[in-house]
Every structure is written in structure tokens, then in C-alpha cells.
Write a protein that binds this ligand. Structure first.
Ligand SMILES: C[S@@+](CC[C@H](N)C(=O)[O-])C[C@H]1O[C@@H](n2cnc3c(N)ncnc32)[C@H](O)[C@@H]1O
Length: 279
């Protein structure tokens, strides 16, 4: 089916996250809003995930990054090859069923646009929108039970593509910020995998390598170096002694959060998280 929306219809939709991503900040935006700086030139989001804060801010100049190559490929393809991604998503929409899901899930990697559409398709239809890979780096989340998942949403993807036009998108680890952000005109937002608040919570397993306590310490060091340069630095993490101690020299704002992605529905209640700012 060809896209028959007018340019006005396509552009009238505000951009927002197009993936369900663990740790997405969509529901916390109204609590974050008072703390977001307004005076900066370049925005950096090195743990991009679903990119809720980027879409909320819509900065004129941004560098977006993540270590997950498939995630970086999705954003890059939506920016540069939108129509090819939409065409593939339409095919997935038409064929979606249990057999098709597992067939697409096990398919070898293809062109960048096909890989991008595959990730969006699996993300919209898999269990709880989780992203998990096996030891060979293959996506291994089972199918979810959605009655009518919205697999292809051209107006939203067009809005996302427009918002991404002025961005640089890179596959790299957060340490790269040390080479990139240098002044008070830079605003860096770190949203790392959270330090687990209990032994059973496993929110560090986004990608192949888990985010360890040593990584958290290393990140706190990067935060400190950037803050020392006058960069405006903001970070989200779980509310626990370890994180409070790492950032004891900065401003800590407790945020009321609801954990949406947890396989145990009884653990989806309200908890406190931390928003830390260098100012
Ligand atoms: C909490 S999620 C980000 C949530 C996102 N900000 C949102 O609003 O949806 C964490 C992200 O960090 C990425 N990540 C994990 N280790 C990383 C590292 N060392 N450097 C950069 N990104 C990393 C994961 O791939 C994942 O996408």
C-alpha cells in the first residue's frame, strides 16, 4: 500500500520514541523538565536507547550514541533511508503471525534498512519490548501477546527522521564524551543501565556485556572530568548507596518512578530513582 499522507499530515506529528526500550524516560519527562538546562549549543546522549529526552528537547545540534550496533543502525537508517525501512515494515505488518515472527528473528543479517525494519518489527511484537541477545549476539526474546501491534507507523517515523536530520549518530561507548564535550555550551545526558538495587533485578543486561560496578565508577569519573570543564552534565540512575556515594559532590534529585519492564508484575510498583546534575 503506497503512503498517501500529505506533507502537512506527516509533519504535524511531534517526534517521540518509536521503540519500547527498558529504562525509557517517557513517563518521567514531566519530573525531569524543571531540571533540564535551556542554554546550550550541542546536546550529547551517549546511552541513547529509546531517546526520550532527545525527542523531548529536539535540540538544533546533537550527537547520539550507543554501544548496541543494531540500535545505532535503526536510528541511522531512519535518518538516511526512511522509505526503505517503511517498505520493509509494511511487509512485516502484512505477514505478522507467530511463525513469521520466529522466521524473521532467526534470519541472518541483511541490508542496513532490512536490519532496521527487523529490529522495529521484533521490538513492537516481542515480549514486553525487551532487547536481549544470546552469547552469539542473536536477538532471543520470545513473541509477546499483543492483539494488534502497530508495526508500521509512517507519520511517526517521518517525524523521527526529520528530528534526526541534524544529528550525528555513532556506535561508541560513553568514554568518547571525553573527546567531544569541552565547554559550558555542551550538555551531556547520561542514562546508563542502572545499578541493580537488589540481587534479583537485572537491568544491566541490555547488550552482550553487562554494565558492572566498575563501569559505574568509570562513568562517575567521566562525569567528574566533564563537570570540571564546565560542561553541563546530567545523569539518571537507581537510588542506592553506591550511586549516591559516587555522586555525593553533585546535586541529587530524587524522582518518583514506576518500573514498567519487569517480568514479575508485582515488582512494577513505584520506586525512587535519582537524577544527578553537575550544577
Ligand atoms: C537505560 S538505556 C537508555 C534509555 C534511554 N535513554 C531511553 O530514554 O530510552 C541504556 C542504554 O545504554 C546502552 N549502553 C550500555 N553500555 C553502554 C556503554 N558502555 N556506552 C554506551 N552505551 C551503552 C545500552 O545499549 C542501552 O541502549
Amino acid at each position: 500500500m503506497p503512503i498517501s499522507l500529505s506533507a502537512h499530515q506527516l509533519s504535524s506529528i511531534p517526534p517521540r520514541p518509536f521503540l519500547k526500550w527498558a529504562g525509557g524516560k517517557g513517563r518521567l519527562l514531566f519530573q525531569y523538565a524543571p531540571y533540564l538546562p535551556t542554554n546550550y549549543q550541542t546536546y550529547y546522549e551517549p546511552f541513547l536507547g529509546g531517546g526520550a529526552i532527545f525527542f523531548y528537547l529536539q535540540p538544533a545540534q546533537a550527537l547520539l550514541a550507543d554501544v548496541n550496533p543494531e540500535l545505532v543502525n535503526v536510528y541511522t537508517c531512519i535518518r538516511d533511508h526512511l522509505q526503505a525501512v517503511i517498505e520493509q515494515l509494511k511487509i512485516h505488518s502484512v505477514h505478522h503471525c507467530q511463525d513469521y515472527y520466529y522466521q524473521i528473528r532467526s534470519q541472518p543479517l541483511t541490508t542496513p534498512a532490512q536490519r532496521a525494519a527487523r529490529l522495529i518489527y521484533l521490538n513492537r511484537t516481542c515480549f514486553n519490548g525487551l532487547y536481549r541477545e544470546n552469547s552469539q549476539g542473536q536477538f532471543n526474546v520470545p513473541m509477546g501477546r499483543y492483539k494488534n501491534p502497530k508495526i508500521c507507523d509512517p507519520p511517526l517515523l517521518q517525524a523521527v527522521s526529520t528530528a534526526l536530520q541534524t544529528t550525528q549518530i555513532q556506535e561508541q561507548s560513553f568514554e568518547a564524551m571525553l573527546d567531544l564535550a569541552h565547554s559550558a555550551q555542551d550538555f551531556v545526558y547520561f542514562d546508563p543501565p542502572y545499578h541493580p538495587i537488589s540481587v534479583t533485578s537485572d537491568f544491566t543486561a541490555y547488550s552482550r556485556g553487562a554494565f558492572t560496578p566498575t563501569d559505574q565508577e568509570h562513568l562517575a569519573h567521566v562525569f567528574t572530568v566533564l563537570a570540571g570543564r564546565g560542561v553541563q552534565v546530567m545523569l539518571s540512575n537507581s537510588d542506592c548507596r553506591f550511586i549516591r556515594k559516587l555522586y555525593r559532590n553533585y546535586t541529587i534529585h530524587p524522582i518518583q518512578a514506576a518500573r514498567a519492564i519487569n517480568s514479575n508484575p508485582h515488582k512494577r510498583g513505584k520506586i525512587t530513582e535519582l537524577l544527578i546534575t553537575s550544577w
